[in-house]
Design a protein around this ligand. Structure first.
Ligand code: PMP
Length: 442
């Protein structure tokens, strides 16, 4: 009789599917058994076999990290240096409460019906004006309002990427982007950017793989905090123009600078119209607004709008009207001055605390803007071990592995220094130091 050979992975996957469907169950250390269908678990007319109905879902190693981080920020007495959120104590609540009140008293039918998919027209204009001050040349037709830059990233993925397409990402890069591109079955090419963009390698990728996109954060990169110097921006754009490369520039942190103002964005310098810019109010104001923008050539905006119609028709009128009122009262610049001053203090305080309680076991890069310290552990220590100890000492952070498309980052970690006041930051760093000592001693 001929034997059919099946690989081990195929067999494991088959077992997994059967288990998901409730047809078998596994007892650790004992074996796998056919499930007995009791009257409570047997499929009946009322029980829908959900897991058989779902479309295939790609589970990356970091698939649910973002959701867990947002949840863990609110949990027990653990101090979180993980989630990348502004400090709620610094939200401009007074102004928003007042504008909310005004808005409520003025609401009329026109404000509450459907509005264009591309956004509430006065807000599109206001955002275009705001960006013009940063050197963007576009008209309101080039700006589209989206429900957070995460939605902008989703739209980019949907209109450009088919399974198998190549996308270049920095290494490390934003975890949400890795997840998004991977879920579209794109193939990721990692470009190490921490010590400067390797333009030779980039050109090599462009010639060999003809990638659809390069996703990049030139200003206060998440997670490593780097700012791409002006000259490097120009070189990158020159190369991109030569190869007609589409660049997706994600810039949530550009206004949150604590030393000198960063250079002009790639979009503002764009000589060939190949840059798509993503922006958001989530880090400057607060994430609950769910309001961001995409700036691109009109033909791209039109495609975005077609796609966005399927998702939500348009972003919420209420957030958009409120933001319009806020921007047109000139309040954003005042608020930015306040948070820049406060976060600068926290940045310096945090660097001092890390130096005192975590050096030399932990090496860190002090950012000149944004939300994060990017850190590396000494040789011989692994972030995984530190995370384990940190759950005991009561502090959380994002392990470096989450930010890589390949299996790197096992000694790195990201710490967010803006969400809490100095006293809590100090306690968090002390707890981290304690966890570090324990790992080093073992
Ligand atoms: N891009 C980057 C680089 C981010 O850090 C974030 C937030 N963590 C986002 C996009 C998404 O932000 P939002 O959808 O809230 O605008």
């Amino acid at each position: 009789a001929s034997l059919l050979q099946v690989s081990r992975t195929t067999a494991i996957n088959a077992y997994r599917r059967l288990e998901e469907q409730g047809l078998i169950h596994t007892k650790v250390g004992s074996g796998t058994y056919v499930a007995t269908l009791s009257s409570s678990t047997a499929p009946t007319a009322q029980t829908v076999p959900w897991s058989q109905l779902f479309t295939p879902c790609l589970n990356t190693q970091s698939s649910s990290i973002i959701r867990e981080l947002v949840a863990s920020a609110a949990a027990d007495d653990t101090l979180s240096l993980a989630a990348g959120m502004p400090d709620p104590e610094l939200y401009p609540l007074h102004d928003f409460n007042r504008l909310f009140g005004l808005q409520a008293s003025r609401l009329n039918g026109a404000d509450l019906g459907h509005i264009p998919t591309e956004g509430y027209t006065p807000l599109r204009q206001a955002v275009t004006t705001m960006l013009a001050a940063k050197g963007y040349a576009g008209k309101p037709e080039n700006t589209m309002i989206v429900s957070g830059s995460q939605q902008g990233l989703y739209l980019v993925t949907k209109i450009f990427l088919e399974p198998g397409d190549y996308v270049i990402v920095e290494s490390p890069t934003y975890l949400g982007a890795v997840q998004m591109f991977s879920a579209a079955n794109a193939r990721l090419l990692s470009l190490p950017s921490a010590a400067g963009l390797p333009l030779d390698l980039l050109e090599d990728y462009l010639i060999r793989y003809r990638p659809k996109l390069f996703y990049v954060m030139p200003t206060f990169q998440n997670p490593n905090g780097r700012v791409m110097p002006l000259e490097e921006r120009r070189e990158l754009l020159k190369l991109a123009a030569k190869h007609r490369l589409v660049i997706v520039e994600d810039d949530p942190y550009g206004e949150l600078y604590y030393d000198k103002k960063p250079p002009l964005s790639l979009k503002a310098l764009d000589p060939y119209g190949g840059v798509i810019a993503l922006g958001t109010f989530s880090k400057m104001l607060f994430p609950g607004l769910r309001t961001g923008w995409v700036v691109a050539p009109e033909t791209v905006i039109n495609r975005f709008a077609l796609k966005k119609q399927y998702i939500d028709l348009h972003s919420s009128n209420l957030s958009q009207c409120l933001l319009y009122d806020y921007l047109s009262a000139g309040l954003l610049q005042e608020h930015l001055a306040v948070v820049r001053a406060e976060y600068k203090k926290r940045r310096d305080f945090f660097a001092g605390a890390l130096e005192r309680y975590c050096s030399p076991l932990l090496n860190f890069y002090t950012p000149s803007g944004g939300f994060y310290f990017w850190c590396a552990l000494n040789k011989g220590m692994l972030t995984r071990q530190l995370l384990h100890e940190a759950t005991h000492t009561g502090v959380s952070f994002v392990p470096g592995e989450a930010f890589y498309a390949d299996a790197a980052g096992s000694r790195e970690l990201r710490l967010c220094f803006v969400t809490q006041p100095p006293a809590r930051l100090l306690e968090a760093v002390k707890r981290l130091g304690k966890a570090l000592q324990t790992v080093a001693a073992n």
